[in-house]
Design a protein around this ligand. Structure first.
Ligand code: THU
Length: 137
């Protein structure tokens, strides 16, 4: 399937408008493309107990899994409050890798023109237990 990463990025950018980020004032939007072509979006949802914050990427992922999807082939992340691209946090890289193949495409960008195009495998290398997760999903 030909993946339109710029359209996916636009979806992520729109999702960032729903961010609940009164503490950091840093909005993040994510858009995940499922194997069947459906797009699931998410935003960061902060909490006054700061550590309970949920990132945009995991928010999008649980939307998809909660609607019966188990495989995702591309991810876009938009951070309109930064000029430059901001990549997913370590926790999200681990959680995304549960449902994404190492070759799955990832694009991230801020409000400026720069985009980073990479893969889950590059962001989360040496994923020794990936096959265990895959065999169970
Ligand atoms: N955040 C995300 O949603 N995704 C990331 O990949 C990086 C960080 C959120 C968490 C917090 O609400 C805000 O951005 C600042 O860290």
């Amino acid at each position: 399937m030909e993946i339109d990463m710029e359209t996916l990025f636009e979806e992520a950018r729109k999702a960032a408008d729903f961010a609940y980020a009164p503490y950091s004032r840093f909005r993040v939007g994510a858009a995940l493309l499922a194997e069947d072509g459906t797009v699931f979006t998410g935003c960061n949802v902060e909490n006054r107990s700061y550590g309970l914050t949920i990132c945009a990427e995991r928010s999008a992922l649980v939307q998809g899994v909660g609607r019966g999807r188990r495989g995702f082939i591309a991810l876009a992340i938009a951070t309109p409050d930064s000029e430059d691209p901001v990549g997913p946090c370590g926790a999200c890289r681990q959680v995304l890798s549960e449902f994404m193949a190492p070759e799955a495409a990832v694009r991230f960008g801020g409000r400026g023109p720069r985009r980073v195009d990479t893969t889950i495998g590059f962001l989360y290398p040496y994923d020794s237990l990936h096959d265990l997760a895959k065999s169970l999903r």
